[in-house]
Design a protein around this ligand. Structure first.
Ligand code: UD1
Length: 458
């Protein structure tokens, strides 16, 4: 059956979803195999990357997520046609005509700002609203803007909209050398995409090395782009005048995979992950091993987590890849709440990403926050309670904590989870977890010091 991405957004974002909560009965042992979906962060940026191509591109292994549906809607509003069949999405940007991205949608999805690079490269002009503030930090776009300026674009910000155009009659950006003050994932992606159609060579120094950046580069290469060094801190792009159609499969989601590894560890269970790239999980696996969890390789694209009785405390500092990912910080904090000893978690990537602390405390965790560090003292057991998901990865942390807790945990604010985890409860149920969505008219206020913020833009 062919469904449009637009229709799936309607289903996922129906007002009823707001009244649906996830009830978890904790302390079941899980067992079995779980197939990991395509990477959300790759899917979002590859969809933007398809704007570079004036022919149809096919993306495979696209996860069915609220964020992906939103991105599809933004592309449609830019004049692009999309067709979705299962996890295959065909994107035809031949008629890309609209240089103005819709405010409402961009403000809900930070990744859609990254489309400024391809829109500008294709049309010579782009107007994209600032993604705005969000629950996990201010997240400016100065590096995106400065990089485009280095490539010859004129950029101004007016009324909350970034307006960019390429001066002169040629309407092509000019290759440039650009040093990034910080290895921002999004800025690396914006600039790499813009540079594929520029005149001459672009060198991005101190670039982000995340696997999703490499995935985007490989997708662009499959369309005829000339890119070297993606996955290292120096990326060289030799611009070409035009890209061509391609058929490309997205990498597995390392954050979803890491979340299931922690699910195995926190429930003392044996779980086999299938369809992953184990190398992308090196930092998370190393930290699990330090905590006493056995993780073994069972195949080229498999990893198995084995039951662990005595979890030990460990310290974590989030860093750009290949350091420990900020997107796994909340899930590991859940694990540390029931590990023996004291753990310190320092968040260095985003300035306000410890909001799940208050919710974990509702479940009986012993956590104190000092600046950007959370000090977690392990307790023998958590106990179920109603909790509020404050952002995407915080939701996953609460699911994990609920799986470990005694009694019933009820998670409110499920729309965050639907943004980034494909069929999480079905996958968990298949492993033997006792959890289900139920409708409720009950309301849950945010914990003290934990304001409820609806727009989370990861
Ligand atoms: C991406 C991921 C997100 C992940 C993050 C870090 C997507 C859709 N999202 O977000 O899941 O948590 O990488 O791994 O891929 N910054 C600036 N100026 C800029 C850009 C960023 O100061 O122009 C700062 C941000 O405020 C933040 C830090 O750099 O403090 C990291 O942000 P960045 O790497 O850009 O993250 P995103 O691309 O937004």
């Amino acid at each position: 059956m062919t469904a449009s991405l637009g229709s799936s957004i309607d289903n996922l974002a129906s007002p009823e979803a707001e009244q649906t909560v996830l009830e978890i009965r904790g302390q079941s042992t899980l067992a079995g195999e779980v197939k990991i979906s395509g990477a959300k962060n790759s899917a979002l940026v590859l969809m933007a990357g398809a704007l570079l191509c004036p022919d149809e591109c096919r993306l495979r292994n696209v996860p069915e997520l609220l964020d992906v549906a939103r991105m599809g809607q933004i592309l449609s509003e830019l004049g692009v046609s999309l067709r979705q069949q299962g996890d295959v999405v065909d994107i035809n940007a031949r008629n890309l005509s609209e240089s103005q991205a819709p405010y409402e949608l961009v403000s809900q999805l930070r990744a859609s700002f990254f489309a400024i690079g391809p829109i500008l490269a294709r049309l010579g002009v782009a107007h994209v609203p600032l993604p705005g503030g969000c629950a996990i930090g201010a997240r400016p776009v100065d590096l995106h803007v400065r990089g485009l300026q280095a490539m010859g674009a004129h950029v101004d910000i007016d009324g909350g909209v970034v307006n960019a155009y390429i001066p002169g009659s040629k309407k092509r950006l000019q290759g440039a050398k650009f040093y990034m003050d910080y290895p921002s994932v999004g800025a690396t992606e914006t600039l790499m995409m813009a540079a594929t159609l520029a005149e001459g060579e672009t060198i991005l120094e101190n670039a982000a090395q995340e696997p999703e950046v490499e995935d985007l580069a490989n997708f662009c290469i499959s369309m005829g782009a000339r890119i070297k060094g993606a996955g290292t801190n120096t990326i060289t792009i030799e611009g070409v005048p035009r890209l061509h159609s391609s058929d490309y499969s997205i990498i597995a989601d390392r954050i979803e995979a890491g979340t299931f590894l922690v699910a195995g560890a926190i429930t003392k269970s044996e779980i086999e992950l299938v369809g992953i790239v184990p190398d992308h999980l090196a930092a998370a696996v190393a930290k699990l091993q330090e905590m006493g969890v056995k993780v073994v390789s069972t195949g080229r694209d498999h990893l198995r987590v084995l039951p662990t009785e005595n979890l030990k405390a460990a310290d974590i500092q989030t860093l750009p890849y290949p350091g420990f990912p900020t997107d796994m910080q909340a899930q590991f904090m859940a694990l540390m709440t029931v590990s023996e000893g004291s753990s310190a978690i320092t968040e260095t990537v985003f300035e306000n990403r410890l909001r799940h602390v208050a919710e974990l405390i509702r479940l009986g965790a012993d956590i104190r926050v000092k600046g950007n560090t959370a000090l977690v003292r392990g307790v023998p057991a958590l106990s179920g309670a109603p909790v509020l998901a404050t952002d995407l990865r915080a939701s996953a942390a609460l699911v994990l904590a609920g799986l470990a807790a005694q009694g019933k945990t009820t998670i409110f604010g499920l729309h965050h989870l639907d943004r980034g985890y494909e069929k999480l409860e079905q996958k968990m149920q298949k492993l033997g977890a006792r959890l289900q969505r139920v409708k409720t008219s009950a309301k849950l206020e945010a914990s003290n010091g934990n304001p409820s913020v609806e727009s989370v833009l990861q």
